[in-house]
Design a protein around this ligand. Sequence first.
Ligand code: SF4
Ligand code: SF4
Length: 97
Amino acid sequence: MTVTRAVPFFDASRIPDDLAPIAVRPSPMLPGDWRSMRPVVARDKCVKCAVCWLYCPVQCIVERAAWFDVNYATCKGCGICAQECPQRAISMVPEGA
Ligand code: SF4
Ligand code: SF4
């Protein structure tokens, strides 16, 4: 089945070229480049309920064979997964610690 869009995708060629550079050039940085805290999953506590996967706003929870883990490239360190984990299996630790 072919899906047609009533509104075309965003067309970057229509952006005026006199705007501030930050408005027209996407940053190559990922959240893992600026995050201040990171979630660490205690594998022995995780029961694979997927609540963290459900609540993560950027969908960076990844399933492993025996636990759920975090894609640290895209995790922004918001801590929602740690707040919502019913097993208290996720701890937020400072980056660099
Ligand atoms: S919410 Fe907690 S127990 Fe459930 S899958 Fe995520 S880390 Fe594991
Ligand atoms: S800290 Fe936030 S972004 Fe990172 S895995 Fe948890 S909910 Fe997702």
